[in-house]
Design a protein around this ligand. Sequence first.
Ligand code: ADP
Ligand code: ZN
Ligand code: ZN
Length: 743
Amino acid sequence: MPFIQVALPTPLRRLFDYRPVAGEPLPQTGVRVKVPFGHRQLIGLVMGLTETSELSANRIKAALTYLDSQALFSQQHLDFISWVANYYHQPLGEVMQAALPALLRQGQALHPPQEVRWQLTEIGRQTALDDLKRAPRQAALIRTLQASGLAKTQKSLQAEGFTLAMLKGLQSKNLIEIQTLATTKKGIGLPQLATREQLPANVLAEVPLKLTEEQRQVVELLIKEVGGFNPTLLQGVTGSGKTEVYLQLIQHLLEQGKQVLVLIPEIGLTPQTLKRFEKRFNRRVVALHSGMTDKERLTAWRSALEGRAAVVLGTRSAIYTPLPKLGLIIVDEEHDSSFKQQDGVRYQARDLAVLRAKQEAIPVLLGSATPSLESLAKAKAGAYRWLYLKQRPGADVQVPEPKLLDIRNRHLTGGFSEPLFRAMDKHLKEQNQVLVLLNRRGFAPVLMCTSCGWIAGCLQCDARMTWHREPPKLHCHHCDQQQPLPTHCPQCLEGELKPLGAGTERAEETLQERYPEIPVIRLDRDSVKNRNDLASKLEQIASQRPAILLGTQMLAKGHHFPDVTLATLLNADHGLYSSDPRAMERTAQLIIQVAGRAGRAEKPGEVIIQTHHSDDPRLEKLCVKGYEALALDLLEERQKINWPPYAYLAMLRAEAPKSEQVEQFMSQLAEQANLLNQEGIALLGPVPAPMERRQGRYHMQFLLHDNKRAPLHRLAANLLLWLETSPEARRVRWSLDIDPEDL
Ligand code: ADP
Ligand code: ZN
Ligand code: ZN
């Protein structure tokens, strides 16, 4: 008798052997199984069978039950997930868990249990009610069933007052039976069995737009190569019709009966995006994102697994969705940082999209107005095909060039300079909308005492508390600590407390004071808590003119605001001189996104970027020459300093409540790394994390750097072996991040 090998959600990076469930046929690979594990029971996935085990046979426990009658993951999909676990050095069982909807992780059945229905047997149908005179309730039950001629659910019968005991009694007399497929008789009524869906022959539910010449060329080229692995970077300015290109490409795949996976950023998936896809196709389009209930997720996931969902539109973790007929993967806004999972099982969904496409020999399309340096480097090297959309279809209105407005030595009111106000006056007077982007929530990022200089800091973090007005409080955006607003300075007891800088609440107040007649529509995480809030804000935006749209990133992504003619970024400086090597890239992407909001439709637009560094050559290049020119410069810099995407990184992080604990551990780690380092990997650190104290814990990091991937991964793997067995490592919380993005 072979043993079954099970992937279990434990930190141990190995499979576990069990004896098969007694009296059941051997399980297929890819089904869930419940097993005893220490004092607990765990749910894992069967990865295969083995004749031999390292454990002696009498120490191997028996599995308890199989939870699926059919595999949830095909062999190919299991291979993909095993690859992910290997590459990121994560336990397979935990990657598996990340790939399963919560309800399946918890052991729920893939299909909701069928309702129990009772029907008459042949005898029951011919029984005269007189024969049951002495059992009037039973007679009544038979009468009910005879009268309707249909099977009835147990629930409805119980609601009519028939008990389970009565049903069982009649069953033992062979008068009624539980309806199953085998006992369903013609004319007695069919149970609700999943019938094969009849799909309309025409994939299209609406007439698609007529493509521009530029779009048509892209679609034709991509259709021609739909048969194999073909990574493409589609660099298209905002509003150039990338989504329309996706839709027409998807149409082609759906006509061949294929499924398509579309990955979108966390906040890019709005009800409108979903509607736009649903409206186009006579096929099932499902969403997969964190805002859904567990039940909704399971339903969507199941329809993907069963091949009924033709298009899956999902955020990061949707990359793990099983799709038996997958024919194409699209990653929209591929530069977006939400594709990187930053904790638990860390992965980069964009990279996995390319990998999965390669394994399945299908094309993958990465779309963005501001591609990541990673993808640009691949395109430049010829590893990805590089296509452009440079025009906006329809009107002659093109993306306006951003103008830098220097605010050095200028008086700011709630973050706004006088010249900016004057520009806004003009656009509002023309009955248009103005979009103001400010990437800071709350009233003010700093609360300070004017006489002694005290600043409200977080007790848990090396961070300042943000002052919020509604409701009034101090709030740390890093650890979520909240405190009531102090009434006086806790240090000198007498100074006046004043806000420094502006968040969206303060900007809103400033705008309401200056433009009392004009609606200010604010979108940030405090004012938009769910999809309904978002829908109602978007509705306001669609119906009010003039208006000011004020918000964080939320406002810069994915929406079409045809009446916005002025878009402005209140402060471009947050990322400019940061220690994060990606800061400039991110700032540039944000500026271009903001610019993309202005001057859609028929109206020419204007874009104003406030900064203290208008002479920064990188900003100038971005505004005058555009994103690609700047990005290519940044790439050159990266190449010079031998940094990703031209080199590889792995980050080891550790944290502990006491700084000595983490320091001591990190120096041991560094020592080990030096010992194990046979291949000359550069070891950087250990150093304190950019925010050393966070949530009351001390954080440090240690970076491995090399221009080859394989030796770097070998060292990481060896270090992991040490980490997993050394007692020192148990005293801290540590993690390994392959291809880290936050340094
Ligand atoms: P992107 O995804 O690049 O931002 P979209 O596909 O959303 O661009 O297109 C931007 C706008 O242009 C949308 O309102 C869309 O309906 C319109 N559009 C796209 N392609 C065409 C076309 N070929 N003809 C007319 N309008 C188009
Ligand atoms: Zn003070
Ligand atoms: Zn904090």
